[in-house]
Design a protein around this ligand. Structure first.
Ligand SMILES: [Zn+2]
Length: 412
């Protein structure tokens, strides 16, 4: 895109400095669009002036100076008035002169909205709603003149507002992970603010065996809410614990979504507040993560490798011989679980990688089972009604009832 095209454009459409400069946004570093638009108009006038000096004044050259003057270029207006020609500038074809003289007004609206929240934030992202007719007129010019170096008016508005808000509040602009998001409606000047959640990844251990089916597991969520002065906390876990199972060892992955936090303390300071034996859940390894970490964690659950300890009561005595044959049989063995819902049948395949066991007393056996994260552990032990195949009970040929299950390790 050559700057020469600028004259073609201005002959047809009066553009303010911002809207002209934006069409050539990729040219000239260290200039903002206003300066760039102004520089292009200065350059065009100087070239016309040079040609007038060399070739004499023609209608063509005079009309070009008039086009520059109509676009609000002061030196061109002055140039013409020296010749006794008065030209008054027209409104910018794209923005109608309704945008860039109102930036400071909008900055004040934004700053007031953010201050009135009374929350702590260090970064923000800013967006704007720009009337469609403005965007369409801009697009029609870039299309008509085949311009590839343009920046959109939205981007310029967002950047210009962002710079000023950043300077006034001493907070940084962050496109990826802002603490708050601001959207200004350019039509009405109204501002919407969204407080972005904080995501904290951790490992949790469930240290008590909750045998009461109604029993709610007590997470230290009230402490987290307090630490962030937040509205709520949503718990995203990597998989679910079977009822009554303790989670020991390195714990299970979890991400806490802190909703509408008013404070943003360091996770290490929050960690200190969670140390209390009054909760069923112990959280460790806290770190800040992005929102996308939740989806990534959920996608990994199938591939977790979980080590269970299962204490089981059997109908018949279990011999060391039995244990050895179970151990040999369940080495990298596929287990199929069948779900029936009405006439629909769904199969889930899980891997059992390794199984060990020891007889504690006559009919009391402890198993150590290393398996894929999606294995239905209880069903794998007792066999269900034949809907988990093969199972420990099915392989032994008599009933095996799990009485205690613990998760000893989760590799994620
Ligand atoms: Zn304009």
């Amino acid at each position: 895109m050559s700057i020469e095209r600028a004259m073609d454009i201005l002959r047809k459409y009066p553009l303010c400095n911002h809207c002209l400069g934006r069409l050539f946004a990729r040219l000239g570093t260290g200039l903002d669009n206003e300066e760039r638009g102004r520089a292009i108009k200065d350059y065009l006038l100087m070239r016309i002036h040079e040609r007038i000096l060399n070739e004499g004044l023609s209608d063509e050259l005079l009309n070009d100076v008039k086009a520059l003057a109509v676009s609000g270029h002061e030196p061109s207006i002055k140039f013409l008035s020296n010749m006794g020609i008065n030209v008054s500038p027209a409104r910018c074809y794209v923005c109608g002169d309704t945008i860039f003289n109102r930036l400071n007004e909008w900055v004040n609206n934004i700053v007031n909205s953010l201050r009135s929240l009374g929350i702590e934030f260090r970064s923000f992202r800013l967006g704007s709603r720009v009337p469609l007719d403005i965007q369409n007129r801009e697009l029609s010019i870039t299309t008509e003149f085949n311009i590839s170096s343009a920046e959109s008016i939205k981007r310029e508005i967002n950047r210009e507002l962002g710079k000023r808000v950043s300077a006034m509040l001493g907070v940084s602009f962050n496109r990826e992970e802002p603490d708050v998001e601001v959207v200004i409606d350019v039509n009405t000047g109204s501002v919407e603010v969204q407080i972005m959640p904080i995501y904290i990844s951790a490992r949790y251990r469930k240290v008590h065996r909750l045998i009461n089916e109604e029993g709610q597991v007590k997470w230290p969520i009230d402490r987290v809410i307090q630490a962030y002065n937040a509205q709520d906390v949503v718990i995203h876990t990597g998989g679910e614990d079977p009822m009554g199972v303790r989670v020991l060892g390195n714990g299970r992955p979890v991400i806490l979504q802190v909703v509408k936090p008013s404070k943003r303390p360091d996770v290490n300071d929050v960690y200190a507040l969670l140390k209390d034996s009054g909760y069923d859940i112990v959280l460790d390894n806290l770190s800040r993560v992005r929102a996308s970490a939740v989806v990534k964690m959920k996608a990994r659950v199938r591939d977790y490798v979980i080590t269970y300890r299962v204490l089981a009561i059997t109908d018949n005595s279990v011999t060391n011989e039995n244990i050895k044959s179970l151990h040999d049989y369940f080495r990298n063995r596929q287990v199929v679980q069948v779900f029936r819902r009405g006439r629909r049948i769904r199969r889930r395949i899980s891997m059992v990688y390794e199984l060990d066991g020891r007889v504690i007393r006559d009919r009391l056996v402890e198993f150590l089972i290393r398996c894929q994260g999606n294995l239905y552990i209880r069903g794998f032990v007792h066999g269900g009604l034949g809907d988990v195949e093969p199972s420990i009970a099915g392989t032994l040929g008599f009933s095996v009832r799990p009485v205690e299950i613990d998760i000893l390790n989760i590799s994620d």
